[in-house]
Design a protein around this ligand. Structure first.
Ligand code: NIG
Ligand code: FE
Length: 407
């Protein structure tokens, strides 16, 4: 299939081939071409250039009428496969209970695990697909999805099978993460559950791309995390880690030591974590949706960038701490609450988030040869307006693998 998009007001997010992440001052740069055309062939970005040299159309033509073209968002951290709803906990939270207090009363992750256990695999797929469609309609073209509401072998594998089915059903790029160590499953002691997670690894590795551990106060220790990451590595799974959401957990250091692709959350972080991350392959990933929803500090994004690091932003879409997968809202929180510039936030929700889920060679920028996951905005939009007018509809078309996606 051939597509030529003409009269593009500006293409944003142009990145040379081979650049897979942005760090430090590079976070403030993005390639822009004004008054442009762009060609798509066989689902891939073929080339682009100024309207003055527009090629002859060889297939379909779309007139962007001055709208902007940008890469679709990449969301490298979500928990969108879950059952039911936890709105009761939302009320508890409004009435003053903290995330930890809700979890200690048997709510939180264990509540989702109970709901998931009672839900059939087909129902779980259907419920989760509603959210995935909503995310694609909001502009996400690559989504990482974690297990972690099973907390026993049978239910964890059920989740991983549902993620695989989603991957086979949608045009977005999907990656799957085994988060067996999200909380200690009912019927287990802490130690016996860590043993169980290690035992599950070979089967999980047949379905998942990554392994993750909730390394935080009251959940899993850095020692648990290292053991689980090593078991993952032995089965070919690179790591991603939840760290420093509730306390300085040592999870960042553990993640870097094990070559984790990303360390995520980082609300309680400072110079110690920056030093640990310097020179590492690991992408610091911040989740402002959960800071907003839980009323906890926002991760210190600015100081990470000033220290020369890159950062990614992701939604953390889940029923307990961030019930939204709207990456444009995440970009707005990045600007409004973390003081990122729109270009920094844009790089964080596109290329760097693609890197954090191991797909930056496929998506996350306008680069010839990458998958044509593209947003075409309405006329008059630019990168600053997207987070500024943060709830005004801005998407006119979304192409996922070059076919028009309709939510
Ligand atoms: O990333 N922090 C751990 N996991 C999720 C919350 C999961 C839940 O509450 O259901 C998070 O915030
Ligand atoms: Fe999470």
């Amino acid at each position: 299939m051939k597509l030529l998009i003409i009269n593009i007001g500006e293409i944003a997010g142009i990145v040379p081939e081979g650049v897979l992440r942005k760090q430090g001052p590079e976070m403030s740069e993005t390639g822009v071409l004004k008054d442009a055309w762009l060609r798509v062939e066989d689902g891939l970005i073929k080339d682009f250039g100024p309207m003055a040299d527009c090629p002859e159309a060889a297939g379909e033509v779309l007139d962007a009428e001055g709208g902007m073209v940008m890469p679709a968002f990449c969301d490298s951290h979500t928990h969108v496969v879950y059952a039911g709803s936890r709105e009761g906990e939302f009320l508890d939270k409004i009435n003053g209970l903290s995330y930890e207090e809700i979890a200690a009363r048997g709510g939180g992750i264990l509540n989702s695990a109970d709901l998931l256990h009672r839900t059939s695999e087909d129902e779980l797929f259907e419920e989760s697909m509603v959210r995935v469609r909503e995310m694609m309609a909001a502009g996400s073209g690559a989504i990482e999805i974690k297990s972690g509401y099973g907390l026993n072998p049978e239910d964890e594998l059920k989740m991983l099978r549902v993620i695989r089915r989603i991957r086979e059903s949608v045009p977005a790029v999907i990656r799957s993460t085994f988060l067996g160590a999200h909380a200690v499953g009912r019927k287990y002691t802490h130690e016996s559950y860590v043993d169980e997670v290690v035992r599950m690894m070979p089967q999980a590795a047949e379905l998942a791309d990554f392994v993750d551990v909730f390394c935080d106060k009251g959940f899993f220790t850095p020692e648990d995390a290292i053991r689980i990451m090593k078991a993952g590595a032995a089965c070919g799974l690179p790591a991603k880690i939840h760290a420093n959401e509730l306390a300085e957990s040592g999870g960042v250091e553990a993640g870097v030591r094990c070559g984790a692709l990303s360390v995520d959350h980082l609300e309680r972080s400072g110079p110690v974590q920056v030093e640990a991350l310097r020179g590492a392959v690991t992408m610091p990933t911040m989740l402002p949706g959960s800071s907003f929803f839980l009323g906890i500090p926002f991760a210190p994004a600015k100081s990470f960038i000033e220290a020369g690091l890159g950062i990614a932003l992701a939604s953390d879409y889940n029923p307990g701490s961030s019930p939204s997968g709207d990456m444009r809202f995440i970009m707005a929180l990045g600007c409004i609450r973390m003081r990122l510039t729109p270009v920094q936030a844009f790089n964080a929700v596109t290329l760097n988030s693609a890197y954090a889920m191991g797909v930056a060679h496929l998506v996350g920028s306008v680069t010839p040869g990458k998958i044509a996951n593209l947003i075409v905005t309405a006329p008059g939009w630019n990168l600053t307006k997207i987070p500024y007018l943060h709830h005004t509809p801005f998407i006119r078309h979304i192409f996922l693998r070059s076919s028009l996606f309709r939510g």
